[in-house]
Design a protein around this ligand. Sequence first.
Ligand SMILES: Cc1cc2nc3c(=O)[nH]c(=O)nc-3n(C[C@H](O)[C@H](O)[C@H](O)COP(=O)(O)O)c2cc1C
Length: 190
Amino acid sequence: MNEHFQPVDLSKAYRLVNHGPTVLISARHGDVHNVMTAAWCCGLDFEPPKLTVVIDKIAHTRSLIESTGRFMVQIPTADQLALAQALGTRSMHDIPDKLISAGVKLFEVPGHNLPFVEGCSAWLECRLVPEPHIQEAYDLFVGEVSAAWADDRVFTDGRWHFETADPKWRTIHHVAGGHYYAIGEAMSAG
Ligand SMILES: Cc1cc2nc3c(=O)[nH]c(=O)nc-3n(C[C@H](O)[C@H](O)[C@H](O)COP(=O)(O)O)c2cc1C
């Protein structure tokens, strides 16, 4: 945690994922923590803020979320492209030291017993809204956002500042097969 790690008002939390970035999902059960990459993350509601993530049954991280009912969604930056790719192409089922080999650094936030990934641009703490049918049938998990933070070098006053921030802060958007786009130029409809 550093001085740029700042809380985001929950009424603005949907804006952190509204533009469809590829995200990192982390969770912890006891001494075991894990992080996986997910492209399928979507806003679902404003107040209280909710989002959905698709988490396949093969993902080790899913078992941690099902055990605890809690997870983090964080937004990696263009600088973390290789990290996102590594966390999404290695499973803790096969590689127990996945987090070390991927080079991910975690930090703690007092009062929030979850693994936070260092270097991201935003973090959303989520409580699982249990929906056993859609979890089983569609691998779709609903999270209610209970707290959110962002790095104030790229998100302040409830909005992203990709136009003025260093390009390394841009969000990444996976298309397929390890091919990504960084967020592009701003356009305004009014
Ligand atoms: C760019 C990218 C996006 C991905 N998106 C998803 C996703 O939305 N849902 C999912 O279940 N897996 C997704 N994956 C695959 C998981 O990240 C992958 O299965 C990972 O190895 C799971 O790690 P774990 O088993 O250690 O939890 C994605 C992988 C990459 C590289």
